[in-house]
Design a protein around this ligand. Sequence first.
Ligand code: T68
Length: 797
Amino acid sequence: MESGERRAKAERMFGLMDGFLKNDPLSLQKDILHHVEYTVARSRFSFDDFEAYQALSHSVRDRLIERWHDTHQYFKRKDPKRLYFLSLEYLMGRSLSNSVINLGIKDQCADALRQLGFEFEVLAEQEGDAALGNGGLARLSACQMDSLATLDFPAWGYGLRYQYGLFRQVILDGLQHEQPDYWLNFGNPWEIERVHVSYAVKFYGTVEEETLNGEKYKVWVPGEMVEAVAYDNPIPGYGTRNTINLRLWAAKPSGQYDMGKELRLKQQYFFVSASLQDIIRRFKETHNDFDNFPDKVALQLNDTLPSLAIAEVMRVLVDEERLSWEKAWGIVCKLFSFTTHTAQPEGLEKIPVDLIGSLLPRHLQVIYDINFMFMEELKRLIGLDYSRLSRMSIVEEGAVKHIRMANLSIVCCHTVNGVSRVHLEILKTRVFKDFYDLWPQKFQYKTNGVTQRRWIVVSNPSLCALISKWLGTEAWIRDVDLLMGLREYATDVNLHQEWKMVRRVNKMRLAEYIEAMSGVKISVDAMFDVQIKRIHEYKRQLLNILGIIHRYDCIKNMEKSDRRNVVPRVCIVGGKAAPGYDIAKKIIKLCHAVAEKINNDPDIGDLLKLVFIPDYNVSVAELVIPGSDLSQHISTAGHEASGTGSMKFLMNGCLLLATADGSTVEIIEEIGEDNMFIFGAKVHEVSALREKGHADKVPLQFARVVRMVREGYFGFKDYFQSLCDTVEGDGDFFLLGDDFTSYLEAQAAADRAFVDQERWTRMSILCTAGSGRFSSDRTMEEYAEKTWDIEPCKCPI
Ligand code: T68
């Protein structure tokens, strides 16, 4: 087309578009009705809550798309260095409330709906959770995306669009059953299918050699190809026009290929290959030389799951772009950074060599070549210390050879990050000691954080309003350190009144939910004591339950007249057990068996209740956290890399009962030990305790509660024996017996504090006031500066 002609066409198109969509209630109503009629295809005179939710979501999505287009146009024009965040897991939860809040149109939407006879909150409840991940790591990715968008960083998220989300947990007779989560069955208005953004991903086959101009090249002749197609999910920032992209890959045609069901390695490579083809294509649009690839691209590996990306970049640069191995290696070393989320050596990912060799034959060669080069260098540096060489090798020898993905990542990344200060200490002295001694400069930590947009503004609107009122500004939603300003009013009686009122209303909401779900009536005057997280032995839900048994036993053995002094408690437990994790499933069963006994004991009444909340997920957390008084983070010291649930409770003014593990150590520094209930062995004491053995010094109270379980006091005697074995004698690896006495003391201290409501409220205010450091905004700023070397790129309004 001639340039004049093109301009005329552009002008005509511009004239046809009526500027940007408007956000006043009337315009929103028009859009909603338009979507009811033409998108949902229902009559605008008759549609239900779900259809209204769909139409509203499409109206919101239109507004997201405008900003998302502008943001990408702007990024393209400015061409800043971009961050690509590679993660196999994201727990996004619901999107509607978060989107309207970040777009700044929540009140207008609520008004618009009210006039149409709908209520925003009711429609928001229609949405299902997007649960494309397991636990802390996956929710962290979601929080970080929100912060990257809000802080205007030129970032992209990449992930997989699984057909099924994390299983639904259904409890039958106290036992966990897993049901598939058909999250896409009712459509997903938050994604945009990009049929034209698709790439072929190769698998299997052989590696052949080819000679071109006298040079030899490796050519991978695949045995199978699968097409990856992009689904884009706009991620709006708060208080900015910037809206970034989370691009998730699905296999096409999806009927034949469901990557959600494929073996993990195949999923990982599918993800890595599609993402890198996309990233390299984008780079090549504006650059024709790979020398400045690392100046324009930062690749962040969220744990080792995406670490095949390292071998893939080497393969593409050497085999396809025909760079020399040395040149490609120089580029790779500047591209990648890696964050590990585990503190346990057993948690490190290993892949059988034979599996990689068959699925990805060329990648196995690349990994072996990297390892050869590394081993040669290592021998030069440390000499022939064979045991150290074999520990550090990327290849683990043995009957079945494995590739150690963490070693591959450490060797090839410029930075290795831990997720809390203690975690880095553990990496340096234990998990990756050999590597730390070699390359101390590579090792850093960035303490995790969570987004206050989701965890206060979306999930606790009344607390949000209260904070803004007392601080006289909403600026804390972007600049969370301002929360510190609340310290000034920590003893103000008026704030105390309002604070207690907000907390009480949230407790009522939670009590209603619990009654509807479990039939158990609970009193809002009781202390709501909550432990919600994945069920794992190291997280010690069993310690909590044994403590509850002890409390029950004490009340039963008390004189009636003494019961007046008992602080009423509602203990709330929630979380999923991995489907194959037997002991975790027994813990869930024990929780139900104990609840059955306690809740039906007329002698106990409101003094103690225990409820298990089934199917814990992001939206359940949004309801439970604001309604909690006390929350438990009681992992055996040295086992929780960070922990992020604690940060959400802290922001909401819930007190913490915790061990000095993971990020709790840093929370103590911010909040002060006086405003928390800290107990248990410290990180440096744990190994000595384990060596000493337990048999001689188990507290009587502990032996007694375990015996109650063993002897069938709660039924299911045979079933619980193996569970009891895990905490008795030398079985007690996680030191429940050792920590039991100090755990009970911390619980007693919590009771005493709760009785003094003025003191409790002051502590609660100080928790929120001191939570600023645990915002993912701070974490993302640290990564941007110290690891990724990227700068904000703010799209003009
Ligand atoms: C968690 N890890 C840590 N891993 O346990 C937690 N891993 O301490 C930390 O706060 C959180 O990460 C965020 O840093 C995980 O959630 C996984 O879910 C996982 C999944 C697959 C493979 C390895």
